[in-house]
Write a protein that binds this ligand. Structure first.
Ligand code: WTA
Length: 647
């Protein structure tokens, strides 16, 4: 692992929260933030008890936290249901007739579901689940595009206590199969197809392939979205719309223990297959409820749009659960930002009057590249707050976002968090904390981050180190599904009692956090997490490949690009087509997002005497001049390997 983390970025600009924003914000000053933060750290029980009282509980909890490191239980003894907190409780007042969900399909259709309507659909679908023998505790895979039915399926699972695991629609049949096997899912919810840049992604076909040989999945519920031809397997597959004909809308929420599992979300780690991050009910709900309330300062009149796909954690916490728990209006968009033209986002904002936009730096960089003219075509004056998530945002992109999209008047919340943390951990409060372009600023309530060196000592200002969290927090992952040991080892073994984030960071003189990026073998490509070892495993599964090493290289657009170094088996021919073939092979085994941007062939990989691949060296080579021309060139690392063998 790379231990030397340096940061040369010096950023002097500071932006105070705009006065009018500040006046109406829930947290109005730095002093107010500091006071609440102090309380959240010194008297966490008191702080969280007060916040948790804003949620609807069926049975009150006995203890706020039971912490037997590294295993946490929050709101022990309490019972509640997340779907009730996201839906039923808003039905008693005027929110009943308010838009809960606005949706736009890529081809341009629009749908609106009020709280009352969404509640009804969730109840009906909850009954469909029950009708299909899905019970409390059962695992259900959701493989859907970003359409209202994805939210309906998630909330319906939560309503009956089934545990959902959403698989991103861009993942391949192999990825679905792995996730089914690991979770032991008994049912799968999908659609015939979805739209992406005008073409139809054959979701159901991928599912059929994933279920081909021996599976725990007994039932597949298919939503008709794209109308593409599909095969329905008798006795296993049923249509969503047909099933609805058999059920009524009466589906009371099941009361669940605060620690009842809500979902498993698979994410890449530094070793092996993706790990199933497990989130539970009470603490997770509180985490996303509070961050949504304070960080986005969401109001009844807001139209809030988080552009993430439901398949990622951002889609779970800040497209579905967070906004709905707060009675907000959440907008969902199915497709690509440049379809049919690069102004699609700005068109959506203008047409729906979006007030809060939450997106990723990789998208922002693409917009910059596509040119301001696309933005200028639209009236974005409804916007009042901007958010960024998924990767470090470079100051130039931040400044462009502020000026060109935010018209200089909208605060930017650069929110740092992870699948594992469930909710935002480091972020400005938009009405309270002055922002600096590129910094996620200060910790959210109850979060105790630190930057430490190899031995776990906190380092001084502007010195790089590893980012850790020193206290448990309500929305933290509870374990890696089915693998407590890996959970302990991966996150809690390096620094006793502290959670290892895998990110590098520094803290400046004002205590602001600057996240540098991953320091483990995880890449962040266009805001998506990919394990280098996952891609390596996919590559070596190819007949021609003997060994593979995957590293990241800085990329202007995607943050990081994937570079694969490959050695071939004796019998294999280095044909000009092999590079494309390997890229496609990774696409089939993981998904298009994991396809290497560059494949470089080598006689042998540089290794230390103990046989470890010298990744640092490969990273340096990868970030140097990229090979142009003949892509089939063989690189000879043997000299380098011998020279650095003593490392
Ligand atoms: C990175 C996404 C810098 C980081 C919510 C983290 C960020 C990983 C930021 C988690 C940010 C996320 N600034 N880096 N504001 N937000 N990251 O699990 O490396 O898909 O560890 O969760 O994204 O990615 P994940």
């Amino acid at each position: 692992m790379e231990t030397h983390i340096e940061s040369h970025l010096v950023e002097k600009r500071v932006f105070k929260p705009p006065k009018d924003f500040q006046r109406r914000a829930r947290i109005k000053s730095l002093a107010q933030y500091q006071k609440m933060y102090r309380e959240s750290i010194r008297q966490p029980d008191k702080f969280w008890r007060r916040e948790a009282k804003e949620l609807t509980w069926h049975k009150p909890w006995k203890r706020v936290l039971e912490w037997k490191a590294p295993f946490a239980k929050w709101f022990v003894g309490g019972q509640l249901n997340i779907s009730e907190n996201c839906l039923d409780r808003h039905l008693t007042g005027p929110r009943r007739n308010k838009a809960a969900l606005l949706w736009e399909g890529e081809p341009g259709e629009k749908r609106t579901l009020t709280y009352q309507q969404l509640h009804r659909e969730v109840c009906r679908f909850g009954n469909v689940l029950k009708r299909n023998n899905i019970r409390k505790g059962d695992r259900v895979i959701i493989y859907l595009p970003t359409i209202p039915e994805a939210a309906i399926a998630m909330l319906a699972c939560a309503r009956i206590g089934a545990v959902h695991s959403v698989v991103f629609g861009g993942f391949s049949a192999d990825s679905i199969r792995d996730r089914i096997a690991d979770s032991g899912a008994i049912a799968l919810i999908t659609a015939d197809g979805s739209y992406r840049r005008g073409t139809i992604v054959p979701l159901k076909k991928n599912v059929d392939e994933a279920l081909q040989s021996g599976t725990s999945v007994k039932r597949v519920i298919v939503y008709k979205r794209a109308g593409n031809e599909i095969h329905m397997k008798e006795g296993r597959d049923v249509w969503w719309h047909r099933e609805l004909e058999y059920v009524d809308a009466n589906c009371p929420p099941v009361w669940l223990d605060s620690e009842h599992p809500l979902y498993i979300l698979y994410t890449s780690g530094s070793t092996g297959k993706p790990k199933g991050i497990l989130h539970t009910t009470g603490g997770y709900l509180l985490g996303i409820y509070c961050t949504m309330k304070y960080v986005f300062d969401v109001r009844d009149e807001d139209i809030y749009w988080c552009t993430a796909d439901v398949g990622w954690v951002t889609g779970h916490s800040y497209v579905v659960y967070g906004p709905l728990a707060n009675g907000g209006t959440t907008l969902m968009y199915e497709g690509a930002p440049n379809w049919p033209e690069p102004d699609r986002f700005w068109k959506i904002i203008e047409e729906h009057g979006v007030t809060i936009l939450y997106t990723a730096p990789t998208a922002i960089r693409a917009f910059i590249r596509w040119g301001d003219a696309w933005v200028k075509k639209h009236d974005l004056s409804s916007l009042r707050l901007l958010g960024s998530v998924g990767e470090p945002i470079n100051p130039e992109a931040w400044m462009w976002y502020r000026k060109t999209i935010g018209g200089g008047r909208c605060p930017i919340v650069d929110t740092w968090w992870q699948t594992e943390t469930g909710a935002i951990m480091i972020t400005p409060m938009p009405g309270a904390i002055p922002t600096k372009p590129g910094s996620a600023t200060l910790p959210f309530f109850g979060v105790d981050p630190a930057v430490v060196n190899e031995v776990g000592d906190e380092v001084g200002p502007n010195i790089g180190g590893k980012l850790i969290l020193r206290k448990p927090w309500p929305s933290m992952l509870r374990t890696i599904y089915g693998d407590k040991e890996r959970y302990k080892k991966q996150y809690w073994s390096e620094f006793k009692g502290s959670y290892l984030t895998g990110d590098g960071a520094r803290r400046d003189k004002d205590g602001y956090f600057w996240i540098v990026g991953r320091i483990d073998d995880v890449l962040n490509v266009a805001g998506h997490r990919l394990g280098t070892s996952e891609i390596e495993s996919a590559l070596v599964a190819h007949d021609a490949v003997a060994e593979a090493a995957v590293v990241g290289r800085a990329d202007d657009l995607k943050g990081q690009a994937v570079v694969a170094f490959v050695t071939l088996k004796g019998h294999a021919n280095l044909t000009p087509r092999l590079k494309t073939e390997l890229r496609d092979f990774v696409g089939v085994h993981i998904g298009a997002i994991a396809k290497p941007d560059e494949v470089r062939f080598a006689e042998a990989l540089p290794k230390t005497r103990s046989g470890k691949i010298m990744r640092r060296l490969l990273k340096e080579i990868a970030s140097g001049q990229s090979v142009t021309g003949d892509t089939t060139t063989l690189e000879d690392f043997s000299v380098l390997g011998r020279l650095s063998a003593e490392e």
